[in-house]
Design a protein around this ligand. Structure first.
Ligand code: SF4
Length: 287
C-alpha cells in the first residue's frame, strides 16, 4: 500500500511536561525510586517507561502515610494543603509545577483575596476533579466555583462580582463562548485569558494539519483531558481521525492506497511514541 506519512512537527510534550519528566529522570539517575503524586503524564506508555526507571505513582492518601521521604509534584500543580502535608510529614518536594500554572495559581489567589471582601467570586472553567483545577480551587480555600461547560455557566451567581479563569488546557473557542455568556449576564465581570499559549497555538496548527491529511492518527492516553479536546478538534475537520494509544491499535482498514497520513498527539504524548507509529506505518507501506 502506498502511504505518505508525516508527523506533526508541533506535536509532542509541552514545556511543562518535558520539564517534569526531565527532573524525574535526573533524580532517578542517583536513586532507585521516586514517588510522584499522581501520574506525571497522562500517557500509559510513557508511564511504563518511567516506572521501569523507578517512578512510583501515589495518591494523596498514600502520601499521608509517608514520612521523611521525597515526592514529586507534577506540572499540573497542587493545592496549598499538599505542601502543608509535606511540611507536617517532613517530605522533601521536587516541585515540577509548570511556571504557567504557578502564575495562574498566584493570579487566582490574588483575585480571590481582592474580591472576597465585596462578596465577589472566582469561577474556573475546567474539568471538575482535574489536578490542575484542584490546585486552583485550593488557592481560594475551596470557595471557587468550577464550571465544566457553557451550560454550567448559568449556575454562576450573577448578583455578585465575578472573576473568570480557565484551566490552561481548555479549548480556546469554548472558553470564548463561556466568557461571552458571562459578560452578557454581568458586563463588569473580570475575564482572564489563562489558556496556555502552547495549547492555544497547537489548536490553530492542528486544524490545518488535520485538514491537509486524508487520515489522522491521534496518539494520546485516554485520561488526557488535553487529548480529548485535541482529538475532538481533529474529528471536527477530518472525519477519518482515529484515536489510539499505541501502534497495536492500528487497523489497516483505515487506510486507502495513496492516503496522506498525519500523526499527531496531545501535550502529554512523547515524540518517541509518534515516531513508533511512523515506523509501524512505514512497514505497512512496504508490505
Ligand atoms: S499545557 Fe501549558 S500550562 Fe499546562 S503544563 Fe503544558 S506548558 Fe504548562
Amino acid at each position: 500500500m502506498n502511504l505518505t506519512i508525516e508527523i506533526d512537527p508541533r506535536s509532542g510534550f509541552c514545556n511543562g511536561v518535558v520539564r517534569a519528566v526531565q527532573q524525574a529522570e535526573n533524580y532517578l539517575q542517583y536513586s532507585s525510586r521516586l514517588y510522584s503524586l499522581g501520574a506525571i503524564v497522562h500517557n500509559t506508555e510513557e508511564l511504563e517507561r518511567l516506572k521501569k526507571k523507578g517512578l512510583e505513582i501515589l495518591s494523596i492518601s498514600d502520601v499521608e502515610k509517608l514520612h521523611d521521604d521525597v515526592i514529586l509534584v507534577r506540572a499540573h500543580g497542587e493545592p496549598p494543603s499538599t505542601y502543608a502535608l509535606a511540611r507536617r510529614n517532613g517530605l522533601q518536594v521536587i516541585d515540577c509545577t509548570c511556571p504557567v500554572v504557578l502564575k495562574l495559581q498566584q493570579r487566582v489567589r490574588e483575585t480571590w483575596e481582592r474580591l472576597r471582601p465585596s462578596g465577589g467570586q472566582v469561577v474556573i472553567f475546567g474539568k471538575k476533579g482535574h489536578a490542575e483545577v484542584n490546585g486552583l480551587v485550593g488557592q481560594t480555600d475551596g470557595e471557587a466555583l468550577v464550571i465544566g461547560s457553557e451550560a454550567e455557566a448559568a449556575s454562576i451567581d450573577f448578583s455578585r462580582p465575578v472573576a473568570l479563569f480557565s484551566q490552561t488546557t481548555k479549548d480556546p473557542d469554548e472558553y470564548a463562548r463561556v466568557a461571552a455568556y458571562v459578560h452578557s449576564r454581568r458586563p463588569d465581570a473580570e475575564v482572564y485569558d489563562t489558556i496556555c499559549r502552547q495549547v492555544a497555538q497547537r489548536h490553530k496548527s492542528l486544524v490545518s494539519f488535520a485538514e491537509s491529511h486524508s487520515v489522522i492518527l491521534f496518539v494520546s492516553g485516554r485520561e488526557s483531558s488535553n487529548g480529548k479536546v485535541l482529538f475532538a478538534l481533529c474529528r471536527s475537520v477530518n472525519a477519518r481521525s482515529y484515536w489510539l494509544e499505541n501502534a497495536s491499535q492500528i487497523d489497516q482498514s483505515w487506510f486507502r492506497d495513496g492516503d496522506r497520513v498525519g500523526i499527531c498527539g496531545a501535550t502529554s504524548t512523547p515524540k518517541w511514541q509518534l515516531e513508533e507509529i511512523f515506523i509501524y506505518l512505514q512497514a505497512i507501506t512496504r508490505s
